[in-house]
Design a protein. Sequence first.
Length: 117
Amino acid sequence: MRILWLCIGWVALALGLIGAVLPVMPTVPFMLVAVWAFSRSSPQLRDRILNNPSFGPAIRGWQERGVISRKAKLCAIGAMSAGILFSLWLGLSVRVIAVQAAICAAVAVFIASRPET
């Protein structure tokens, strides 16, 4: 099982690092998955992520207090809104856009309801 957790951790870490560079991919959710998987397979890798000056504070804040920074909230909700607008611009089916908008709205409500740092 340790190898499975390591693989999940490395894949999540890679996706998180890609998300740090690409504006359309999230970073912290993948880092949360990486920390979770590494906590079951490699405490040293988990600690390296938690102590990282870029990602560590946001991950620790979520784990310890369930907080999301205002900047992260605005970026996440803005990206979801942009995705819906992009779908409209592409002329996708109204049903597809409605499902996308409903899911994004539910996620946005959850994000907005979290305490801030």
